[in-house]
Design a protein around this ligand. Structure first.
Ligand SMILES: *Cc1c(COP(=O)(O)O)cnc(C)c1O
Length: 341
């Protein structure tokens, strides 16, 4: 099950989902009903599971667009049931993350969900909250969650309640617990060829290759003298005569502002150009004193490969104190998406 929520982690959900359709993937997960509707309107085929809450006033759209809704607890199941039309659902079980899901051991409530005659239950799932960690106490907790999940599935089977397709792994669930044999794995970040964090060790090592490069252009080039400053707050002062370039990307495009003042760099002609001063909303400035033959309009690589230089999403996420999931999913709509095969 390809997780294409948040605009496919910034990659463009329609294009990604259609490419996956062409590759034979017919099962998707989104966070919201709006995301699901948008995929349908653009002709995406297959199952689309809404992982999050849908406002009861929008239930009719679940039916109209053939979306599968997550049952976030038994009370919500009864709300969906009252709508009076058949709705496809997957039941979510809370096995310890304490976000969404009916408590795995509340069998009376699980029975109540099955008592909802308008719900077509096609699956049952849970979510692991420390599957990315290989430290022993985290492994113990994940194993506990997995045990709780299978215990409940067995109990449902024994009671004659068909759980349908079962799934508990996301990217790190597969990378660290590859032995689990569920009907689906909900793959998000790994689908885009990156890990959440640069230093993550995983039990299974897969040759992940990033799908995305992020590029901008050089807007203008200028020479500043020693002692002059650059940008808002005058946070950069030239300690020598300096050649700078203004680059056409800023924090409104999702590039974190805390890459300011040398914490981040970009690639120009295969060389690293440090970000100087503060990242602005629509631009940033870099030091190019050491780089030859730079011209207005040249391509700047923010994420990706340029000559012998390479900047990964993992690296930028680390420099800005976050994970690639956040960095990529916040890439702005203003960025033109260009797809190649
Ligand atoms: C976002 C999400 C996923 C995908 O997680 P990744 O770590 O990106 O693979 C899977 N399941 C649920 C419930 C999610 O919210």
């Amino acid at each position: 099950m390809a997780v294409v929520k948040a605009n496919a982690y910034g990659h463009g959900d329609v294009e990604v989902s259609k490419a996956l359709n062409r590759a034979g993937v017919y099962s998707f997960a989104v966070a919201t009903i709006t995301e699901g509707i948008d995929l349908r309107k653009h002709g995406v085929e297959g199952d689309i599971l809404v992982l999050g809450y849908t406002n009861p006033k929008d239930i009719s759209s679940l039916v109209h667009y053939h979306l599968i809704q997550t049952v976030v607890d038994s009370t919500y199941a009864e709300t969906l049931n009252r709508y009076g039309k058949k709705i496809k659902v997957h039941i979510k079980l809370d096995t310890g993350m304490h976000r969404l899901g009916e408590m795995f051991d509340n069998i009376p409530n699980i029975k109540r969900i099955y008592g909802c005659k308008n719900l077509i239950i096609g699956g049952t799932y849970s979510h692991l909250c420390v599957a990315d960690s290989l430290n022993p106490s985290d492994i113990e907790f994940s194993r506990y969650q997995i045990d709780c999940f299978y215990q409940t599935i067995k109990c449902m089977d024994d009671l004659g309640l068909d759980p349908g397709k079962i799934h508990i792994q996301s990217s790190y669930g597969v990378l660290n617990y590859p032995e689990l044999q569920c009907d689906y794995a909900r793959i998000g970040i790994a689908l885009y060829g990156v890990l959440s964090s640069k230093d993550d060790k995983t039990k299974l090592s897969v040759d992940l290759r990033p799908v995305l490069s992020l590029k901008a252009r050089i807007v203008t080039i200028k020479q500043i003298a020693i002692g002059e400053t650059v940008g808002y707050g005058r946070q950069f002062t030239a300690d020598r005569d300096t050649k700078i370039a203004v680059v056409s990307i800023g924090y409104a495009d999702g590039l974190p502002r805390n890459l300011s003042c040398g914490r981040g760099a970009v690639l120009i002609n295969g060389e690293y150009a440090p970000i100087i001063g503060r990242v602005c909303m629509d631009q940033l400035m870099v030091d190019i004193t050491h780089i030859k033959n730079v011209e207005q309009g040249d391509v700047v690589t923010i994420i990706g490969q340029d000559g012998r230089g390479r900047i990964s999403a993992e690296q930028i996420a680390k420099e800005s104190g976050t994970i690639t999931n956040e960095l990529l999913s916040r890439l702005g709509n203003r960025l033109e998406r260009i797809y190649s095969r």
